[in-house]
Design a protein. Structure first.
Length: 273
């Protein structure tokens, strides 16, 4: 195992195996965490989760049957947490470390509902292919060993950044948590604009998809800033410059993105109430 997973002593309990919880589980297993050291708490398990149970992963056992618990990872929908959270107390109490990836759910809320020393984290959906970015903040009660455990669990699905100020998490949610949707919307709209310009729909869709995927990979691999890469594509007086004049105008992408991120930040704060 890599990325510190081999140093985790005990069982990892995952509460909620939906898209993000399932992505985390896939990352752990792909990096060598033994399925027999994982417990999933999921009332409606998918066929994939049931198949993992056949490999030794435990599904919905009683807390007393688990043994030593290294961490409880809570990947429930925030709206479901208040109702389902109290049932997690026996796991949280024995694990001590609770890692929450629920949007808009504060450290204090998690501790109040199910207890434990809480790490609040916000991953994003590229975690499903090991290319996520997660930002995490730890409660003052989280010790260095617990923080290392949380970091290993989160790093299995991509990069991890730690912050000290929990109030930053709402903006983090708006930028990276929700950010993949903005990129997918750009692909949709670029394809639509291509069709409007006369391209066949299938070709416009492929061009938009491959252009965003390739540009994202170039940005990932390059040491240059996004602004520098943009400038490298833009010849003065050329076609790209003509398009960017529209996108960077007074009512262009800068204003729209600022408003979009602000709206998502507000909503994250509302979810915490």
């Amino acid at each position: 195992m890599t990325n510190g997973l081999q140093n985790i002593s005990g069982t990892v309990v995952l509460a909620g195996a939906g898209k993000m919880g399932g992505a985390m589980l896939s990352g752990w297993l792909a990096q060598g965490l033994d399925a027999r050291r994982v417990v999933v708490i999921e009332p409606q398990p998918s066929n994939d989760i049931r198949a993992l149970a056949a490999r030794g992963m435990r599904l919905n056992p009683s807390p007393k049957d688990i043994g030593n618990i290294a961490a409880l990872v809570v990947a429930l929908k925030p709206q479901a947490f208040r109702e389902a959270g109290p049932a997690l107390k026996p796991f949280a109490g024995r694990a001590a470390l609770v890692v929450s990836i629920m949007a808009g759910t504060t450290i204090a809320s998690v501790a109040e509902v199910c207890g434990g020393n809480v790490v609040r984290a916000m991953p994003n959906t590229p975690a499903a292919i090991g290319r996520g970015i997660t930002v995490a903040v730890a409660a003052n009660t989280v010790g260095s060993a617990q923080r290392t455990t949380a970091d290993a669990l989160l790093r299995a699905i991509g990069s991890v950044e730690w912050v000290e100020d929990e109030s930053l998490m709402d903006a983090v949610t708006a930028v990276s948590g929700s950010g993949p949707a903005y990129v997918f919307l750009l692909a949709e709209e670029l394809a639509r604009a291509g069709v409007a310009a006369g391209l066949p729909e299938a070709l416009a869709t492929k061009l938009a998809r491959e252009t965003l995927a390739g540009s994202g990979e170039l940005l990932h691999r390059s040491d240059l800033s996004a602004a520098s890469l943009r400038q490298n594509v833009t010849s003065p007086g050329g076609t790209t410059a003509a398009a960017l004049e529209v996108l960077m105008g007074a009512d262009g992408l800068e204003l729209l993105m600022t408003r979009a991120v602000a709206a998502a930040t507000r909503r994250s704060r509302e979810l915490a109430k």
